[in-house]
Design a protein around this ligand. Structure first.
Ligand code: DC
Length: 230
């Protein structure tokens, strides 16, 4: 008898900025042959459009309208997701400071979130995906096969972000302060705040090398796959 093809899992990785989600999701995806999807890039693309069209980050109805008119596409690639907004590659632009701040503010609006959650579910249905963000395990895929909440000490996360973006000197403190503010907003917003799902495995990467974080998650994936085979 033929063995059935292995079931493709949905893996959710949530956590604050600078915890290492994107790097881990992209390495894990490569190892498993899965697709990694950065949900934050969708919020960032919409935020960029709001900046370009001069739409207020608090105007929920106008933002929803803008979202419906936008074509936002995530194209997984080896170095992370390539992001197309209305056909234009905005992958680098959406990582800039003004867009980071705008994305966090835009994502507070419940109707914008509802729209995003629907889009993200469409992208993940079928499995074989690692989706990272803030509410993947709690809201987008509450039935995900595996939920990881990746955290780290705030000072360490700030330093990682500054190193990643090669920021030194006077703008370092401003960037760190923005990250703290974004964190506070993401954790305290009324709709889908950043919290671990009750059944998430919490990994604190403060003192863990990246390879060790990856190893632990791979072990959990293997356990899950063994369960689905039996
Ligand atoms: O992961 P990121 O830093 O690219 O996300 C940018 C912003 O988007 C983040 O500050 C909050 C928002 N976001 C969200 O609300 N829910 C998600 N699942 C992903 C991101």
């Amino acid at each position: 008898m033929d063995t059935p093809p292995e079931r493709k899992l949905i893996i959710a990785i949530d956590g604050p900025a600078g915890a290492g989600k994107s790097t881990i999701a992209s390495r894990l995806a490569r190892k498993l042959g899965y697709t990694n999807l950065e949900s934050g890039a969708m919020y960032r693309a919409l935020a960029l459009k709001a900046i370009e069209w001069d739409v207020s980050f608090d105007d929920e109805a106008a933002l929803l309208d803008l979202a419906k008119k936008s074509r936002i596409k995530l194209e997984p690639s080896l170095g992370g997701n390539r992001v197309l907004l209305d056909g234009k590659d905005v992958s680098a632009r959406i990582r800039e400071r003004d867009v980071s701040e705008a994305a966090s503010r835009v994502s507070v609006n419940p109707k914008v979130r509802e729209w995003m959650v629907d889009r993200l579910r469409e992208l993940g249905t079928g499995g074989g995906v690692i989706m990272e963000g803030r509410d993947i395990g709690t809201k987008v895929f509450p039935d995900a096969d595996l939920k990881i909440f990746l955290d780290a000490d705030p000072v360490v996360r700030e330093q990682r972000r500054l190193d990643q973006q090669k920021i030194r000197g006077p703008s370092a403190e401003a960037t760190a302060a923005e990250l703290r503010e974004r964190d506070r907003r993401d954790r305290t917003r009324a709709t889908s705040p950043l919290v671990p799902a009750p059944d998430a495995v919490i990994i604190d990467s403060t003192n863990l090398p990246e390879d060790e974080v990856l190893r632990r998650i791979e072990e959990l994936v293997e356990q899950k796959l063994t369960q689905t085979r039996s």
